[in-house]
Ligand binder design. Structure first.
Ligand SMILES: Nc1ncnc2c1ncn2[C@@H]1O[C@H](COP(=O)(O)OP(=O)(O)O)[C@@H](O)[C@H]1O
Ligand SMILES: [Mg+2]
Length: 405
């Protein structure tokens, strides 16, 4: 088989994966809207609001065209492992940014707090309360809690009583399974969304970082979040090659905790480790080391104690994790078809996500790949902005779907 043919098949397969969910939803009536089935299943339970919106949905000639100045509520949601962001398309801004944490009562399983409030409980919770991160490592670990979280965030944005239901575009990591995708969609519908769509996180990140994903050129995006790093080469709206690894921003924190315990006999918490990483962390040695005084518990005496650490120590601590990310990027480059690789040589690699904000990380990646590497301007927000933008590109998403049939 010629290389061109191989690549074509591969691309088609990828496109297939991306729209698996929308296809799942449309098998019964292909002309209908992606998520209609989920709406139906909810209305069986007798939710009046959903029934109302179903009437609109049932018009067979309904098209995805929204007037520019509509009252249509549309939001993009970035369900990150570390933070959940909500972007309001009409207001053109991020309206919510809270940690993806839920505090749950261990016995009654009742949800006590979500977001900021719940994060404050992390590490300080009494025995009967547990603080859960439902999207551990970029996959949906706990479905019920994820649903509760989505519900809470939508309510927080729109208030409790709302006649106009929002249309929601949710980002999911590349490696989320079909079942998980369906679960997220259903969670969004039951959380009060009129329609819900999914977009792959890397694609959303690319959109949000200003890349024209529908162009016939290759673009590489490296999105380093809290729990997972998604690396993808995108062309013509499809993901041609991708890889997702479970090493990302939070691993650097763990590395720092381990290092300080071993080297200084001092126990520090997650939040201190993150502070160290953000303040004095670096991916390549600095000309002049920066220092920071931190406090922890001395393992010998059991007493609190301050120590001073410097950037080179942080680099030593996180080096292996940095290297794993770099080598995964190289693996993806090796699998990239030559034509697209040539595009990446011209355009460079785009980095996004909070994890890529470690000082000099783009420089490290650039040195190792001999390519130009740029950090997206809005590294922490590009995914959610991209999700919001994707709501305008539903026609393109559908074209990809058609091409695959
Ligand atoms: N300035 C910074 N320098 C280094 N790491 C950062 C910085 N800002 C945020 N991070 C890290 O980025 C990660 C969260 O990134 P984010 O893209 O929000 O993740 P997710 O999409 O998984 O929620 C965390 O590990 C956080 O510590
Ligand atoms: Mg993210």
């Amino acid at each position: 088989m010629s290389l061109k043919k191989q690549y074509k098949i591969k691309r088609l397969k990828n496109i297939q994966n991306q729209i698996k969910v929308s296809k799942l939803e449309t098998t019964e009536n292909r002309k209908d809207i992606f998520i209609e089935k989920t709406i139906n299943s909810k209305s069986e339970k007798g939710d009046d609001k959903i029934k109302m919106s179903k009437k609109i949905e049932n018009k067979k000639d309904f098209k995805f065209k929204f007037p520019k100045f509509s009252f249509q509520k549309s939001i993009g949601i970035d369900l990150g492992t570390a933070n959940t962001l909500v972007y309001d398309k009409r207001k053109e801004k991020i309206v919510l940014n809270e940690p993806s944490v839920v505090a749950v009562d261990r016995e009654t399983k009742k949800i006590l707090a979500v977001g900021k409030e719940a994060k404050e409980m992390l590490g300080k919770t009494p025995d009967h309360i547990m603080a859960v991160r439902p999207l551990r490592e970029g996959v949906i670990a706990d479905y019920d809690i994820t649903e509760a979280m989505i519900k809470y965030f939508i309510k927080k944005v729109y208030g409790n009583f709302n006649i106009i239901l929002p249309e929601v575009m949710i980002c999911v990591p590349i490696e989320v399974t079909g079942v998980e995708k369906r679960a997220v969609l259903e969670a969004a519908i039951s959380a009060g969304a009129k329609r819900a769509y999914l977009i792959e996180e890397a694609r959303a990140a690319a959109l949000g970082a200003g890349i024209d994903i529908a162009a016939p050129t290759g673009n590489m995006i490296v999105d380093i979040g809290g729990g997972s790093t998604d690396i993808a080469v995108i062309s013509l709206g499809g993901t041609v090659v991708s890889k997702s690894i479970r090493i990302a921003g939070n691993n650097f924190d763990e590395d720092i905790i381990k290092y300080i315990k071993k080297r200084h006999n001092l126990l520090i918490g997650e939040r201190t480790a993150e502070e160290i990483k953000i303040k004095i962390g670096t991916a390549i040695p600095l000309e002049e080391d920066e220092k920071l005084i931190i406090k922890g518990r001395d393992l010998m005496t059991g007493l609190p104690k301050p120590i001073e650490i410097d950037s080179s120590e942080v680099l030593e601590a996180i080096k292996d994790s940095l290297d794993s990310i770099v080598s995964s990027v190289k693996q993806v480059l090796e699998k990239t078809p030559p034509e697209l690789a040539a595009d990446i040589v011209d355009k460079g690699i785009v980095m996004a996500g909070g994890g890529s904000k470690i000082r000099n990380f783009p420089e490290l990646l650039s040195r190792n790949t001999k390519l130009k590497v740029v950090l997206a301007d809005n590294a922490l927000d590009s995914v959610v902005i991209g999700a919001g933008m994707a709501l305008d590109k539903l026609d393109i998403l559908r074209k990809i779907e058609k091409a695959e049939r």
